[in-house]
Structure formats: structure tokens, C-alpha cells
Design a protein around this ligand. Structure first.
Ligand code: FMN
Length: 379
């Protein structure tokens, strides 16, 4: 592990914070660039009232001087505007755990009587800090021509047929859509499903795809389980609250096919050179990418494609059956302000986690304490 980050902060606390350790010196970094991704995470059709209160903005507190990183830990902070509305409120404890949220398991583990104390940290508000961290690592990746983007393919059972277009075109279409779906017809169906779920007092999940382009061959390794790029990506994306499935490429679809239909055959790129083929990327090509850009836990030079399944939001207006932890009697959940669907926002968090893993693997590969050093090794 060459890069590390930690986040701190609760949903209605003063602020969210993160410390990033291991970023090389000499990287241009601006708060505005990070804020672009924070705004992208806040958006999306189906989000709740909270996102109308927050105006997420990052403050870079350390590790940056005159717009350049200095190799020191980067500390950053995002204010919670909602803190002012909650700090003096005398709120009764929550005692009925929401099925699907961290309430019951968290309260049991930490011995907390008030479920709010679990929810404050389990809340996906924390992912704002991750998106800020991800924006920093995206900045690093840009220096090496690596780009990360995402789009939503499914919400509440409305499934988009993703056209066979370059990832950049799909990202562009997703940016123009409030459900981050590149298919405008299905995007409309997604909005309708969200409206129907909202009217029914319910919630939805869905599927998004994160793609990384320009990733060189050789990130990650087959030699140990914890060095495999696919396992690291899966763990990072699965760490996003409510993400319950991650696949590299069309993994589950591949599982239903034969090997000859799935594996991406290898071709010589420049025929004239075939007699003296060297082990270098430019000599080979593929006509398909069903492996999702990773073979043997190593990036193979194709775009890396990570698909993630998000379960429906656990907080629903329609009560779910549960138990009151004080009385021990059956009870039903009480609605707390919540998103109906957060798949578009989750896809932006997915980009952050994918960017983080790829940046970590790139630093491992190149080493170096400054951008200059990394670039000389890159050449
Ligand atoms: C961007 C994003 C927004 C979310 N918004 C909510 C929300 O408003 N209400 C809610 O109950 N869960 C929300 N979740 C999901 C919960 O945070 C998550 O289900 C919970 O922490 C339990 O973790 P688990 O689902 O991974 O088991 C959101 C998740 C993400 C990624």
C-alpha cells in the first residue's frame, strides 16, 4: 500500500474530514477542481431534502502550497451546513432499527442505546469526503493520461441498452442526464420509476458502471491475492454503503457462456513486426474487452470496467416491521429524511474509489516522491 486515506466526521457533525498520505510532490491541486466532483455527487434525480441544504465545498488545509502538493499529508475538510440546524436540538433517541441499515448491528456491536449514534457515521454523507479524496487522485491520474468516468445502466428494473460507443461519449451523455444514464429513453423510464417509488413511499436501487481509460499494462499482480487489481477494485467499490455486488467486465453474463465466446483473443497489431515481437503493449491488440481490462489480477491495457449493484435505500416512508429495543415489543420503523434513489450519486463515489485504487497501483508501479520523478519513470 503506497497511498492511504482516512475519513472522519458524522452526518450532522460540524464537518467531514480526510487525510491523504503518500501523494507525490509537484501535483497541481485546486479546491475548485475537487468541488466539481462534490457537486456531481450531490446531484441526481431521486435525492432527498438534505442535498438541498448542503452546498459541499472543500477546504484544503495542508499538504498544498501555492497550488502544488508538497509531499506532506493532505488534510481536507467539507463543512456540514445542516450541523447548525441540529446542534442545539434536543432529539429523542431512536430505538427502532431500520432493516437494511447499520442500526441494529452497529448498536449491538458498540453497545449504543441511541441508534442515531450509529447512523451518524454509517450514513453515506461520509462519501462526500471520499469523493474529495477521489478527485485528488483523479488529478494525479490525469498527469498520466488516465481518465475515470461512470454511467448508470439500471434503476428500479429500468434497464438501459448501452450503445457501443467510446467511454468518453458515454460519460458525456451521462453528465447531461440527471439519472446519469446515457440512454435518454430509459433515463425517462428511470425517472418514472423513481416518481412511482416516491409516491408509494418506497425506495430503489440499481446498477452503475465505472470505466478507467488509459490505464497502462501491468498495474496489480497475479502473485499474491492482495496485490490483484481486480480484488482491490472489488473491495474498494464494495466499501461504498449499499453496494452489494461488484463485477469486472460483464462477469455474470460471462459465467453463462462458453470460454470461446468470452475470452478476448489476442492479435498482432503491426504485422511487419510479428517476427520480432517484443513483450510490449503496442504490439498487441484485442477486438473485445469482456475481461473488463484485467487478466491475472493485472491491468492488460484495455479500459477497466467495474460494474456495481446498489440495493434499494433502507429508509422508506412506508414503515417496515422491526422491534423497539427499549420495550422489546414489535414496532415499525419511523421515516427519517432520506433519498428515494441514490444510484447516480453512488456512481460518482464509485469513480472516486476506482481512481483511488488505480492511483495506488500506479504509484506502486512507478514509485517516486514527486510528479517529476514519476514522469521520468513513466517514460
Ligand atoms: C450516495 C449514497 C446515498 C445514500 N443515501 C441514503 C439515504 O438517504 N437513506 C438511507 O437510508 N440510506 C442511504 N444510503 C445507503 C446507506 O448508507 C446504507 O445502506 C447503510 O449505510 C447500510 O450499509 P449497507 O447497505 O452497506 O449494509 C446511501 C448510500 C449512498 C452510496
Amino acid at each position: 500500500m503506497t497511498l492511504r486515506f482516512l475519513t472522519a466526521g458524522e452526518s450532522h457533525g460540524l464537518c467531514l474530514m480526510a487525510i491523504i498520505e503518500g501523494m507525490p510532490a509537484g501535483l497541481h491541486l485546486s479546491e475548485e477542481e475537487i468541488n466539481v466532483d462534490l457537486r456531481r455527487r450531490q446531484g441526481g434525480y431521486g435525492r432527498g431534502q438534505r442535498m438541498k441544504i448542503e452546498r459541499d465545498k472543500v477546504e484544503l488545509l495542508s499538504g498544498v502550497a501555492k497550488g502544488l502538493t508538497i509531499g506532506a499529508p493532505i488534510a481536507l475538510r467539507i463543512e456540514n451546513k445542516d450541523w447548525a440546524n441540529w446542534k442545539d436540538r434536543d432529539v429523542p433517541p431512536w430505538t427502532v432499527p431500520r432493516p437494511g441499515h447499520a442500526d441494529l448491528a452497529g448498536a449491538t456491536k458498540y453497545g449504543l442505546g441511541d441508534l442515531r449514534l450509529v447512523a451518524e457515521r454509517a450514513s453515506a454523507r461520509e462519501t462526500a469526503a471520499r469523493v474529495a479524496v477521489g478527485a485528488v487522485t483523479k488529478r494525479l491520474l490525469t498527469e498520466f493520461g488516465i481518465a475515470i468516468g461512470s454511467y448508470v445502466t439500471e434503476i428500479g428494473g429500468a434497464i438501459a441498452e448501452i450503445p457501443d460507443l467510446p467511454p468518453q461519449e458515454l460519460w458525456k451523455r451521462a453528465e447531461a442526464s440527471d439519472v446519469r444514464c446515457p440512454d435518454p429513453i430509459v433515463a425517462e423510464a428511470m425517472r418514472q420509476r423513481i416518481d412511482e417509488a416516491r409516491a408509494a413511499g418506497d425506495s430503489l436501487g440499481g446498477i452503475f458502471v465505472v470505466v478507467a481509460t488509459g490505464v497502462p499494462v501491468g498495474l496489480g499482480s497475479h502473485v499474491h491475492w492482495d496485490r490483484r487489481l481486480d480484488s482491490r477494485l472489488a473491495a474498494a467499490v464494495m466499501s461504498i454503503p449499499a453496494i452489494k455486488g461488484v463485477e469486472i467486465g460483464p462477469a455474470f453474463e460471462n459465467a453463462r457462456k462458453r470460454g470461446t465466446e468470452v475470452h478476448d483473443e489476442i492479435f498482432v497489431k503491426l504485422k511487419a513486426q510479428s517476427s520480432k515481437l517484443k513483450l510490449q503493449t503496442s504490439n498487441f491488440k484485442r477486438h473485445s474487452n469482456r475481461a473488463g481490462g484485467i487478466e491475472g489480477g493485472i491491468s492488460n491495457g484495455q479500459p477497466i470496467v467495474v460494474r456495481a449493484a446498489m440495493k434499494p435505500i433502507p429508509t422508506t416512508v412506508t414503515p417496515l416491521r422491526s422491534v423497539d429495543l427499549v420495550t422489546g415489543e414489535p414496532a415499525t420503523t419511523q421515516y427519517q429524511r432520506s433519498d428515494v434513489c441514490a444510484v447516480p450519486a453512488a456512481s460518482v463515489v464509485g469513480e472516486a474509489m476506482v481512481a483511488w485504487v488505480i492511483a495506488d497501483a500506479l504509484m506502486e508501479k512507478l514509485g517516486g516522491d514527486s510528479i517529476e520523478e514519476m514522469k521520468s519513470r513513466w517514460k
